[in-house]
Every structure is written in C-alpha cells, then in structure tokens.
Design a protein around this ligand. Structure first.
Ligand code: SF4
Ligand code: SF4
Length: 248
C-alpha cells in the first residue's frame, strides 16, 4: 500500500485564530531573498555554532521571549516559516545595542541581521512594523520635516503622559532658557536646533533617494502625505529665497 506523500515544508503560514490571510511560500521566499540579498548580509552572518553566547549577553533576552541565537539559527538554516514568524513580534524586542556582535566567536552581528529583518518587515508593509512604529509617528514627523528629533517643546506632560509625575522634573520656562544659550541656532523650542532651509531641502533629497520616504509610505500613508506637503512648502520657500538673492 502506497503511503501518502508528506512534506515538512509548509506551503502556507498563518495564525489559526486570526482573520489575517495565510501567507504563501512564495511570499516567505521573497522576504528571505530581500534579507539575504542585502549587501550587509554576508558581512553579518559568517556561520553559527549555536553556542548561545549572543543570547547570554543580550539585554533584551533577559526581559522578553527573544533570543538572538534563535534568530541567527533561523537565517543560517534558511527556515522560511520561522523567519516569517519571528518577524511578527520577536525581532522588535532587540535594543540594537550590538553587545551580541562584540561577543560572537564567528563575528556575526545578530543585531545587524535583525536590522535587515526589520527593514524587510517595513518594505513588505507587515502589521508588526506598523504597530511598532505607530507611537513614533510624531517623532518621525519632526525628524523628517525639520532634520531634528526631539524638540524642547515636546518635553511636556501632553507629549509624555507615560512619564507620570516625573515629567514635572523637566518642566521649565523653556523659551527663556533657550534664549540664554549663546548659539543662535539653539534659541528655539520648536526644534532641537534650527536647520537652515538649504540643509533641510538637501535632507529631503536624501530621504527620497535613499528610499526612506518609500518605506514610510508603506507603513503610514497619512504621515507620508503630511511630510510630502511640508517638503513641497519648504522647497518653494527655498526657491523664493534664491530668487530674492538673484534680484539683489
Ligand atoms: S550568533 Fe554567534 S554567539 Fe550567537 S549562537 Fe551563533 S555563533 Fe554563538
Ligand atoms: S543588538 Fe539586539 S540582539 Fe544584539 S545584544 Fe543588543 S538587544 Fe540583543
């Protein structure tokens, strides 16, 4: 009697209690190809002894259900299902401290590999990437539109409700204090420091050419639209300023 054909390779992967569509093997292969074809991949992964030194020294592994050894093994053995599964949650536990890279006897960089997996998660618009990045939309808006990250006026009770009463420790008359700083570029509370118009527009070109904005569009279309409007406005401002200089 012939035995039924069986295979350990999963054709689809999905959460049996979730409404999310099952993921086909083609998609998992495509995601892995994106990770593996990155120029950094061969530099970050040279083999793996499965020794666990990376996990033993990883701060995130002490607090979360997360192991850099496990992630490296998934990539080293090209376990597509496991890689896809780890990208749903585990890769976002890494603190990107690179202690693992300093300790690995194979000179692997588990943290660097996780960075590649995160980039692939963003590129493929995974829900895990959207969920993780959503609370940072205000910071991303500030960073991309002004070239600065946290500005003094963001450090207040509204901006950091999770700080609770501790926020009062940094509450201060910022307008006055910032004016007292000798460098004029720091006499502002709306940005960490003032970035001049030409530099801002140059930064926009970098965000565009390096694909940062394309990635942003994948994970947060509304934020992308807002940033595009700001960029158009600043580019027009720069053109007007340049015209004025020509007229003088
Ligand atoms: S990545 Fe390096 S430290 Fe971690 S298990 Fe593999 S060989 Fe060991
Ligand atoms: S870079 Fe990530 S995986 Fe490596 S030690 Fe730090 S938290 Fe752990």
């Amino acid at each position: 009697m012939a035995h039924a054909q069986s295979s350990r390779i999963q054709e689809y992967i999905g959460d049996p209690v979730s409404d999310s569509p099952e993921i086909g093997r083609d998609t998992m292969e495509e995601i892995f190809q994106d990770i593996q074809s990155d120029i950094r991949f061969d530099h970050e992964l040279n083999g793996c002894l499965n020794c666990g030194i990376c996990t033993a020294t990883c701060p995130a592994a002490h607090y979360y259900d997360f192991s850099p050894r496990e992630i490296v093994q998934l990539l080293w053995t090209e376990n597509l299902e496991g890689i896809y599964d780890a990208m749903q949650e585990k890769i976002w536990a890494c603190a990107q401290c690179y202690t693992c890279a300093a300790r690995c006897p194979f000179q692997n960089s588990p943290g660097g590999l996780i960075m590649l997996m995160r980039e692939a998660a963003i590129k493929h618009g995974m829900e895990s990437a959207k969920n993780v990045l959503r609370p940072f939309s205000r910071v991303m808006l500030k960073l991309i539109s002004t070239g600065n990250q946290l500005s003094p006026d963001m450090i207040n009770a509204d901006g950091f409700p999770d700080w609770g009463p501790n926020i009062s420790k940094v509450d201060a008359p910022l307008e006055i204090l910032r004016k007292a700083i000798p460098m004029p570029t720091l006499n502002t509370t709306a940005t960490a420091w003032e970035v001049n118009l030409t530099t801002s527009v140059e930064l926009y070109t970098i965000w565009e050419e390096s694909g940062v904005l394309d990635q942003l569009e994948t994970i947060d279309e509304n934020l992308y639209d807002v940033i595009l409007d700001i960029m158009d406005e600043k580019r027009e401002d720069l053109e007007d300023w340049e015209d004025e200089q020509d007229d003088d």
